[in-house]
Design a protein around this ligand. Structure first.
Ligand code: SF4
Length: 260
């Protein structure tokens, strides 16, 4: 029998009411009408679950921490049901050879059908110097990343480290930290950037839900981010925006405009 996301959520104790709530919230987050909540629920109940491999490179791990410690129990439970099923070296129970076997098994069984979520980025400098860092199962992270990326359906660059490079890529960047889309020899899987430091956890679930429901990748902006979440700036939606447009803003502390 094919396992669906709904099966997994129910097994993890998520009630049907919470599941439907999640579908409604996800439809709203994607900018869709409430009518799509039913379509999302139907897809999650009937379509095979999309496996997710979650790899970690050079990072602070707060992208994971942010949703593990999410104040909203529904968000946390749903996200953990969706993403940590197959492999996440930070929060999975398995360790050592057992954990590595899961990666190989997933790649073999779901080749071309799993999503590779990358948190953090690889340090490429060691490829030139022969140095060793970010070692997972005795191999550099870069090796694990390339191997998993070549068989993935899509790659999600989760967080600013994976999307842009972030702190560890700042000059002089001694490790050669490189954002995922600039890593050479990564294969042809499309890359979806979900930047943020840390990003909003619900964006990850919504991206996976979108792929499952509509059987295609979300449309991306010119920087590779899902348009449905990154097309508008907070600045454009701020209720004080009209003051800005009218030139009514402060340029220096305590200047003339601040006194009006
Ligand atoms: S993007 Fe920010 S929160 Fe996420 S791992 Fe990098 S430094 Fe940490």
């Amino acid at each position: 029998m094919v396992e669906t996301f709904y099966d997994v959520m129910r097994r993890q104790g998520i009630t049907r009411r919470s599941f439907l709530k999640f579908c409604g919230l996800t439809a709203a987050a994607m900018g869709l009408s409430p009518a799509y909540a039913g379509k999302i629920a139907h897809a999650m109940e009937t379509k095979p679950r999309i496996p997710v491999l979650w790899l970690h490179g050079l990072e602070c791990t707060c992208c994971s921490e942010s949703f593990i410690r999410s104040a909203h129990p529904l968000a946390k439970d749903v996200i953990l049901s969706m993403i940590s099923l197959d492999y996440d070296d930070t929060i999975m129970a398995a360790a050592g050879h057992q954990a590595e076997a899961i990666i190989e098994e997933t790649i073999e069984k779901y080749s071309g059908n799993y999503i590779l979520a990358c948190e953090g980025n690889p340090g490429l400098e060691q490829e030139h110097t022969g140095g060793m860092s970010c070692i997972i199962a005795g191999k550099p992270y870069t090796e694990q990343l390339r191997h998993a990326a070549k068989h993935a359906k899509a790659i999600i660059s989760w967080g600013s480290c994976a999307s842009w490079g972030c702190v560890q890529a700042a000059s002089p960047n001694p490790t050669g930290a490189t954002p995922i889309h600039k890593v050479p020899d990564l294969g042809n899987a499309p890359i979806i950037k979900v930047p943020g430091c840390p990003p909003i956890a619900e964006v990850m679930t919504a991206v996976i839900t979108y792929i499952l429901t509509f059987e295609k990748l979300p449309s991306l902006d010119r920087q590779g981010r899902p348009k449905m979440f990154y097309s508008q700036r907070i600045h454009d939606k701020c209720y004080r925006r009209s003051h800005f447009d009218a030139g009514q803003f402060v340029e220096k502390w305590d200047d003339e405009a601040a006194r009006k």
